[in-house]
Design a protein around this ligand. Structure first.
Ligand code: SAH
Length: 277
């Protein structure tokens, strides 16, 4: 494999070998004794025809027949809302968001709205997903190298990320959602996406350093483990409540001389919680 000029350390042509299976989180105070199971999203695939049939039967007329047109309209709206990165827009247009929401919500899948995904969690608005991805990839040569996502949820953002990165590790603390994401992603066959069940507060040290880290849940601070696991030249994008003003989008770059933090617009994400459940 050739190395890409100007790419991040995590994106070079000599990738660190993948962690061996089963992977296990570093045991820190938060993760002590918490095992992490690692699964590849396309493992033990049923026939895609079977997956498609059961899914399409849940689609109301108008979404199922030509969801690509609905997605194209969503992408036009995202562009009108200020998303300008062509590969991010392309990836948003490629991934079928309706596959990731309950059948009763399918007709809202391409609206700019967050939707419940079970266990009190939500899939972010398309505009927020696209904004965070645009911040993450910023001026990099794509595909990015190895990226860590904290908060797999239903797996939608992970599927979009996988189109922009060489390798994605996505970690979820709720077993029910980890299993749901695995089932939803299986028919999509995403070989560069690895699902992990565990506490993402401690990151996933076996895959570090990361060219990018993106979190879909926010706490009072950005965990130190995340910045420690960021490659030099890498970028972290996460919601966090750093002051009294509520939650904001935070971008942290690891530069050769240290961490550089930007606090951007207010956002509303579910809480980052420790431990597994
Ligand atoms: N990107 C997701 C959004 C999921 S919502 C999607 O496309 O569906 C945020 C997720 O973060 C929730 O599923 C929540 O359980 C998870 N989460 C919160 N704290 C976490 C932690 N410490 N480790 C891993 N996942 C966490």
């Amino acid at each position: 494999m050739k190395s890409t000029p100007g790419a991040l350390p995590g994106a070079t042509g000599v990738p660190k070998p993948r962690p061996s299976f089963p992977a296990r989180l570093d045991t820190g105070p938060v993760a002590a004794g918490v095992g992490v199971t690692r699964e590849i999203a396309n493992k033990s695939m049923p026939s895609s025809a079977a997956g498609k049939k059961s899914f399409d039967s849940a689609l109301p007329v108008g979404v199922g027949l030509d969801s690509s047109a609905v997605r194209a309209a969503m992408v036009r709206k995202l562009a009108a809302m200020g998303i300008s990165h062509s590969q991010v827009l392309q990836a948003m247009g490629d991934v079928e968001r309706h596959r990731f929401v309950d059948s009763a919500l399918v007709n809202q899948a391409y609206e700019d709205t967050s939707l419940p995904i079970g266990l009190g969690q939500t899939i972010s608005k398309p505009n927020v997903v696209a904004r965070m991805l645009e911040l993450l990839v910023h001026n990099q040569t794509l595909p990015m190298g190895r990226v860590l996502e904290i908060g797999t949820g239903c797996g939608y953002q992970a599927a979009v990320l996988a189109r922009l990165c060489r390798e994605v590790y996505s970690i979820e603390r709720l077993k029910g959602l980890h299993d749901k994401a695995r089932d939803l992603l299986r028919p999509l066959r995403v070989p560069n996406l690895h699902l992990l069940f565990g506490d993402g507060m401690v990151g996933f040290v076996e895959g570090a350093p990361y060219a990018g880290i993106i979190a879909a849940a926010g706490g009072d601070a950005v965990p130190r483990a995340w910045t420690d696991q960021l490659a030099v030249g890498g970028r972290l994008v996460a919601p966090a409540s750093l002051g009294t003003a509520g939650q904001s989008l935070v971008v942290i770059d690891r530069t050769p001389t240290g961490l550089v933090q930007q606090v951007l617009e207010p956002v509303q994400f579910v809480p980052l919680k420790s431990g597994i459940a």
